[in-house]
Design a binder for this molecule. Structure first.
Ligand SMILES: [Zn+2]
Length: 323
């Protein structure tokens, strides 16, 4: 949002307080205005593991109709309380790279080349963090929504991570790759059935299915968080005394949905089960004071949960110099 003279005056600021560059159409700094945000990656440690959060930008959706079970005006009030526009919701995308020391593991892939105009920054950010898609050993998928799997393929269909083993939750595969389920699916789910086939069809025989409760890569254990989708998975990441719970889509933006765990966005396939998973996972995070990350929290999407009111609040982790 740009500050205009009119909005500043409208907000009660004295026009005289405006910097002169803003009030003059002709004055220009010798340094031109930047046209792009800085590369968005952020590193932190979990014991001996190095985690790098990689942003895939954002998508903006109308707030109207996004949370059908919220009380009238509730979402708009929650947005206003966060100093955000009330007519739209900005959804962030953050994938995690985990360097275990022996393997380079990627948790979810972003929107790939098919994302919104304000996403699609994943590859540039990944490279800016000095990673190469050819060096990824393992890609672990949390669930089959397009914003998590579309980065597996380039626009022309070529695999983005040519050497990587692709690992998916067994119940997620069972649901979305079943032709019977597809034929009975309501219209709203057809796109995800079709897209799952587009992404996984050509590699189906090579995809590894993983089970909840198992360590599926060094230090990374799959955790049942179903509800958002039938096989939706969170990841407990542990090394030494270090702990991180990667909550995937247990909430959409936690600033809205952790504070209101009973609210189900339209993306939650089974609302009541999604609410159960949300309450269970957020309560565990708060009780055990463990660091968490969210796929859809504002970047870099990591911090700690505290109990607040009838829900939970995310306390963002601070930037630190050490990696
Ligand atoms: Zn998602």
């Amino acid at each position: 949002m740009s500050v205009t003279r009119r909005s500043a005056v409208g907000a009660g600021l004295a026009a005289a307080a405006l910097p002169s560059a803003l009030s003059s159409a002709t004055a220009r700094a010798a340094q031109p205005l930047a046209t792009a945000q800085a590369p968005a990656f952020f590193r932190y440690r979990v014991g001996d593991l190095q985690v790098t959060a990689i942003s895939d930008g954002v998508a903006v959706r109308p707030s109207e109709g996004l949370v059908p079970n919220a009380p009238a005006g509730g979402l708009q009030q929650a947005l206003a309380d966060r100093f955000l526009p009330t007519d739209k919701v900005t959804i962030s995308f953050t994938t995690l790279v985990v360097n275990t020391g022996t393997k380079l593991v990627l948790l979810d892939t972003g929107n790939g080349d098919l994302g919104a105009p304000t996403s699609g920054t994943w590859l540039a950010n990944f490279r800016a963090a000095r990673f190469d898609p050819a060096n990824v050993d393992t890609v672990i998928i949390s669930h089959f929504h397009g914003d998590h799997i579309n980065g597996l393929r380039m626009k022309d269909g070529t695999a983005r991570f040519p050497r990587a083993e692709v690992m998916v939750p067994t119940p997620e595969w069972a649901f979305w790759m079943d032709d019977g389920n597809m034929s009975q699916a309501p219209a709203g789910l057809k796109g995800t059935f079709d897209n799952s086939r587009r992404v996984f069809g050509p590699m189906a025989k090579d995809v590894t299915r993983y089970e909840w409760g198992k360590e599926i890569a060094p230090g990374i254990t799959a955790v049942d968080a179903h509800g958002h989708t039938p096989g939706h998975t969170a990841f407990a990441i542990a090394s030494g005394a270090g702990r991180l719970m990667a909550l995937s889509d247990t909430t959409n933006d936690p600033n809205i949905f952790a504070r209101n765990p009973e609210w189900s966005a339209i993306f939650d396939q089974d609302g009541p089960e999604a609410i159960k998973a949300r309450r269970r996972m957020l309560e565990m995070a708060a009780a055990e004071k463990m660091q968490v990350s969210f796929y859809h929290a504002p970047f870099p999407a990591t911090g700690f949960m505290t109990r607040e009111g009838s829900g939970y609040a995310l306390v963002p982790a601070p930037w630190r110099p050490e990696v």
